[in-house]
Design a protein around this ligand. Structure first.
Ligand code: SAM
Length: 340
């Protein structure tokens, strides 16, 4: 099967993700007024999927929030508890620190808009996906005041045939993550990406679709070239047990392959994908752990949203998804950057 056909299937995985996210928003699991603009035909997903989308979004939101609110990278990683938020530092206390976020394979993700609408922003927020995907996203953003108001830059420009957006703090860039070092890095740098600034790299259900050699190159480049970075990955694990085999069969029926799952099939190997490449610390937890770490109050809230009695099925499913995070900071980088 030609690579172009395979790539088309991978681009389509975003449609599925955003429909599921909207289902979770519409039922009250998540609060995000931006998601609906990316979905033409909303559809209600089963409780199992809604809970999964909710936890996935919430856990990456928590990392993002802590990264923005905390003054040092190592601190934000080490004090991290996946579903609670840091209360020790306030945004005002660290407002002077310049930071960057890079979302690899952003698809229709709305995190930049949701956070900035809530007063949480960074110096530069970069998003990257295939040109076909970014063209759709750029069109939605450009035609909706809800989005352009949040970007808040009268000089916002579209580029490369409408596949890219450049503005003061938000850049949507098109490219192939399999050519990260050769083509994505120069594009980032041309838009003001600065390797000396503390940076959060987000990869939500993305690296799993590319060959491990290519995702390793990204992890390597970030670990070697950034002064201080936090890398957060969310993806499937455990392909070998009965549920894992079924999951892969179901995906294969839709022509979706997960090359990454064979290279990083476990929590331990997810941690080692970073620590073996010189990252200072890494930790991976599965969705059951994330689920258990919800507060009693939050658990009560989501339990009231719809009937949820697929508990055993949920535990099996949740055992096959994980969030892994790693950080590295160069030793001389002890003082955080401050804006003039
Ligand atoms: N991160 C988003 C989220 O969680 O909502 C989208 C996830 S979607 C399952 C996977 C995304 O990764 C798709 O938008 C796809 O186009 C993108 N992607 C996969 N391989 C890519 C590559 N080689 N280069 C650029 N983008 C890629």
């Amino acid at each position: 099967e030609p690579q172009v056909a395979r790539d088309d299937v991978i681009k389509g995985t975003d449609d599925d993700a955003i429909i599921s996210k909207l289902s979770a928003v519409n039922l009250g699991y998540l609060d995000d007024p931006f998601v609906k603009h990316f979905v033409k035909r909303p559809s209600r997903r089963p409780p199992l999927i809604n809970r999964g989308s909710y936890l996935r979004t919430r856990s990456l939101d928590t990392f993002t929030e802590q990264f923005i609110k905390t003054s040092v990278i190592t601190q934000s990683a080490s004090t991290h508890s996946p579903t609670t938020t840091a209360t020790t530092t306030t945004p005002a206390a660290v407002a002077g620190i310049k930071k960057q976020i890079v979302s690899l394979g952003c698809g229709s993700d709305t995190r930049y808009f949701k956070f900035k609408a809530n007063g949480l922003s960074v110096h530069k927020y970069f998003e990257i996906d295939f040109p076909e995907s970014t063209a759709k996203k750029a069109a939605v953003i450009k035609k909706n005041k809800a989005f352009t108001d949040i970007i808040g830059d009268p000089d916002l420009k579209l580029g490369l045939g409408g596949t890219e957006i450049y503005s003061k703090d938000y850049c949507l860039l098109s490219g192939d993550l399999r050519e990260f070092t050769e083509s994505i890095v120069p594009k980032l740098k041309a838009q003001g990406f600065d390797t000396s600034l503390p940076t959060l790299f987000l990869s939500e259900c993305v690296l799993i679709y590319i060959q491990p050699g290519d995702s390793d190159a990204i992890v390597n480049w970030v670990g070697t070239n950034m002064d201080a970075s936090l890398f957060v990955v969310y993806e499937q694990i455990n392909p070998a047990d009965a549920f894992g085999a079924m999951m892969l069969r179901n995906l294969r029926a839709r022509q979706i392959e997960l090359p990454g799952i064979h290279a990083y099939p476990s929590l331990k190997s997810q941690e080692e994908r970073f620590t073996s490449r010189g990252w200072q610390a890494a930790q991976a937890v599965n969705m059951n752990r994330l689920h258990e770490s919800l507060s009693e109050q939050e658990m009560k809230r989501i339990s009231s949203l719809e009937i949820f009695d697929e508990v055993e099925e949920w535990q099996l499913l949740a055992d096959h998804y994980c969030v892994a995070w790693a950080y590295q900071a160069k030793p001389q980088q002890s003082e955080p950057h401050r804006a003039q």
